[in-house]
Write a protein that binds this ligand. Sequence first.
Ligand SMILES: [Zn+2]
Ligand SMILES: [Zn+2]
Length: 384
Amino acid sequence: MARDYYETLGVRRDATQDEIKKAYRRLARELHPDVNPDPETQERFKEVAQAYEVLSNAEKRRMFDMGVDPFARGGAGAGGGAGGFGAQGFPFDDIMNAFFGGGGGPQGGRSPRDRVRRGRSIKVRVELDLAETAFGVTKDVTFPTAIVCDTCHGEGTAKGSHRETCDMCAGRGEVSQVTRSFLGQVMTTRPCPQCSGQGTVIKDPCPDCAGEGRVRERVTRKVQIPAGVEDGTQIQLAGEGEVGPNGGPRGDIFLEIVQRPHPIFERRGDDLHCTVTVPMTAAALGASLTIETLDGTEQIDLRPGSNSGQVITLDARGCQHLNAPGRGDLMIHVTVETPSRLDEEQEALLRKFAELRGEDQPPGKFSPGHGNIFSRLRDAFGAR
Ligand SMILES: [Zn+2]
Ligand SMILES: [Zn+2]
């Protein structure tokens, strides 16, 4: 239990305040959790901080010299009662703050801000035709990004020079202001304005990147778009985005697929839909139709007696499934066109036709509700 704070700090019993402070700083830098996070070192760090707290305070030091340990819990410590004042937090934190700012305590504490940071991710729009989304494609895409500065290789310093410890914060990355209050010292800390919290400064910056270690550039690269992507699909290219400041790791690229509208086909999922308009006579008599597909033209048979709203499905003529074998279908929606503006002969023929069919005085057929329309819509939206 008998701790010797002089021994902990490695100073003589008659050490001056200055010597105590110096000894503490030296140890604290070596043992600080940000440098040495292992539990044993942290325990030692805590002891060193406690030793400093006692020996740097004239009153506590005097008590310790008389054999009273302010940190001895539940004993005759200066705090008395429930644990010494050292365990309560704030005097201890104050010391931590005085040297490291913020957080306080071995688990808190900040070190200079990392000057190496990850680069930003880039979003790149890739406009594709329907066939390119359906079957995949290799594309050249061009986008602005940040790349490592060739001149300084990301260091940011001019040739032959190096980063130097910031003299405003002595490399701590932040500056503190101490004010006294009735609670003790109140510490406000903020990132060092001279080095932006990095602890080091560039006195002689690289002329090509102004010290940032990276330069902006438009680059063109080939990207492989897999088959089956669709409008809005995002493809992540991990670690291929902007280089971070000071040579930090690269962000990602997110390719966002934008599919240009196709003059004939509309895509729903991996199926394609199109509409073919046929004259009434073809619908009645049947016909062979030439149909455009992504794979070229194809002949399909329109059955005699076809109706508007009928759907002809061509299996596996749609888009490739993304990350799965197989393709969607091509659904051809038939629209029957009723002839208008008949000439005399055509009209006479149609009247004759109607007569033969007994349709010259049609009664009209009624169905409940809008059943007919609904079933057409159902066809149109993919019920097979
Ligand atoms: Zn440079
Ligand atoms: Zn600084």
